[in-house]
Design a protein around this ligand. Structure first.
Ligand SMILES: *[C@@H]1O[C@H](CO)[C@@H](O)[C@H](O)[C@H]1NC(C)=O
Ligand SMILES: *[C@@H]1O[C@H](CO)[C@@H](O)[C@H](O)[C@H]1NC(C)=O
Ligand SMILES: *[C@@H]1O[C@H](CO)[C@@H](O)[C@H](O)[C@H]1NC(C)=O
Length: 170
């Protein structure tokens, strides 16, 4: 979550809204891009559950990437973060509260075409590439730990292949 990326996204965000009406999904995108900055804290966090399967975790990792990068959906994004959120970026303290103000406005960072994601089931790490690469460790079906400096995407073969048959993705 590079500050520069966040800032440039903030500048570009109004253009995206103007361009939206040509896109058939525009209405749902605008709905997703809730501005929740009137709330002092994330409305819902993730409760860790040791029974959550690897497959479900992979699906959640994809939803998290969508919420963070392509949709700008703070409600969904924070509903997948636990209340610990160990932060390795020295600019922020740990805990979801420390990053709430960065994301509460619901800004999109990129499109699926220009960014990528990965869930590595052998490490329970997920990744998002959007200029910078962020890495998160999942515990009990929740985002538990975060790194965003000098990270690299794993090789494609390491990435979990979602079974999207019969699943309604957001
Ligand atoms: C924990 O996850 C399992 C599997 O997804 C689910 O059946 C169970 O209801 C969950 N428990 C709680 C307390 O949410
Ligand atoms: C990853 O998480 C699953 C539960 O979702 C757990 O069974 C497994 O041991 C974890 N793997 C690692 C390497 O931590
Ligand atoms: C994918 O999910 C569908 C629907 O749940 C299921 O019928 C199918 O067997 C799954 N495929 C694989 C490869 O797991």
């Amino acid at each position: 979550m590079h500050l520069l990326t966040i800032l440039s996204t903030a500048i570009l965000a109004p253009l995206a809204v103007i361009a939206a009406p040509t896109d058939p999904t525009a209405v749902s995108e605008i709905v997703k891009r809730e501005n929740l900055c009137n709330l002092k804290s994330p409305p819902v966090l993730c409760t860790p559950n040791a029974s959550v399967t690897v497959e479900e975790t992979a699906l959640r990792a994809y939803k998290f990437y969508r919420a963070f990068v392509t949709d700008g959906d703070p409600r969904t994004m924070f509903s997948l973060i636990d209340n610990v959120y160990i932060q390795h970026n020295p600019g922020y303290t740990s805990g979801p509260q420390a990053i709430w103000s960065l994301f509460c406005a619901g800004r999109k960072i990129g499109t699926e075409a220009s960014t990528s994601w990965c869930f590595d089931a052998s490490t329970n790490m997920s990744y998002a590439q959007y200029g910078n690469v962020d890495r998160w460790r999942w515990v009990g079906g929740c985002v538990h730990e975060h790194w965003d400096q000098r990270e690299r995407m794993p090789a494609k073969e390491q990435c979990y292949k979602l079974n999207t048959t019969g699943v309604t993705l957001p």
